[in-house]
Design a protein around this ligand. Structure first.
Ligand code: UDP
Length: 327
């Protein structure tokens, strides 16, 4: 029997690292990606089937050809700021796209589905660390598109037999230690790549968005989770579903919070470089503290994050400093 899994959005940051991990564990990834944000050179484990998730005909063709045992769905637009400016594209890509993919999965008889969701579905937390019981109240169109997809998955699970694992990521970070793939967004808005660019002299300074938060040093606290720990959780989620596991939703974070200032210190240390830091106003929509309670993922998947902040900054530095030298 084939061990193929369809990795939708497998040319992107988290998808490509998951392909690496799937291949290591004996699965055969088949990447489905429209390359709108993904990178063809990231498809190193398994074949690329180019296609859009809103293209039902193409999906049927690829599902018919490969007959995957499970689908992992990473393909989505993710920038919060962009979602406020252009919500229509977000609903089109993230919601219509996911519903089209789900219909194709049901028609093809695929019963195991792993969905990339986000801690942004919780909105502004009432309590931290955040567990899966926390009320979900997203505060921007990006978070709402992910929330809508979660609801569809739950209904399709209950009434159509499609079993799923919903994975709510905290702050994905770091890269393949061998430097073959890494974080590559255009434009870049994430803290770690921007700080590394400042350390590399590729940008003039790093701007801290808000220093008057109610935290230990006034800057926001986030739970940075290594992308290979995320990848490991996805492989475990596939194995769980293939061995008959019920639908479940799980937080993926380390349970440890890091402030923006602590992050900058870690990046200065790993790079051996000082860089200019500007203190500016808060960015709209930022929560003060987002830290996961990850007990459920530990219980259900036996998943334990292996990497810490130093591994994250070291592998991210390694990737960014080698990529696009001189750019
Ligand atoms: N951040 C910052 N300056 C930047 C980018 C991000 O101070 O140029 C802060 C941001 O306010 C947040 C943290 O860094 O507290 C992580 O932001 P990122 O955009 O990486 O991820 P998010 O938590 O928004 O998903």
């Amino acid at each position: 029997e084939s061990n193929k899994v369809l990795v939708v959005g497998g040319a992107g940051y988290i998808g490509s690292h998951t392909c690496l991990e799937l291949a290591n564990k004996g699965f055969e990834p088949v990447v489905y990606d429209n390359l709108s944000n993904g990178h063809e050179e990231f498809v190193k484990w398994g074949v690329l089937e180019k296609g859009d998730i809103r293209d039902r005909k193409r999906l049927d063709e690829v599902l018919g050809r490969h007959k995957p045992r499970a689908i992992l769905h990473f393909a989505a637009m993710i920038e919060v700021g962009e979602s406020v400016k252009d919500p229509v594209s977000f609903y089109d890509n993230n919601v219509i796209g996911t519903l089209t993919l789900l219909s194709a999965a049901l028609a093809a008889g695929v019963e195991a589905f792993v969905f990339s969701s986000t801690c942004a579905t919780y909105g502004l937390p009432e309590s931290v660390p955040i567990d899966e019981q926390h009320r979900q109240a997203p505060i921007n169109p990006y978070g709402r598109t992910k929330w809508v997809c979660e609801q569809a998955l739950k209904d399709y699970g209950q009434y159509k037999g499609l079993r799923s694992v919903i994975l709510r990521y905290f702050n994905a970070a770091g890269a393949d230690p061998e430097g073959r793939i890494g974080e590559w967004h255009e434009p870049e808005t994430h803290a770690i790549p921007l700080a590394i660019d400042a350390a590399l002299g590729r940008r003039q300074s790093f701007k801290i968005f808000g220093t008057d938060y109610d935290t230990r040093d006034g800057t926001c606290v986030r739970d940075y989770i290594h992308v290979l720990d995320l990848a490991d959780a996805h492989v475990r989620a596939v194995e769980y579903l293939l061995s008959g596991g019920d639908s479940v939703e799980l937080n993926l974070g380390t349970g440890t919070g890091t402030t923006v200032k602590e992050l900058l210190t870690a990046i200065s240390e790993v790079s051996g470089r000082e860089f200019q830091v500007d203190l500016v106003d808060r960015r709209e929509g930022d929560s003060t503290t987002l830290v996961a309670n990850n007990d459920k993922a530990r219980d259900i998947l036996g998943w334990v994050p292996k990497y810490g902040l130093t591994d994250i900054t070291r592998t991210a530095w390694n990737w960014h400093s080698r990529r696009n030298q001189g750019v």
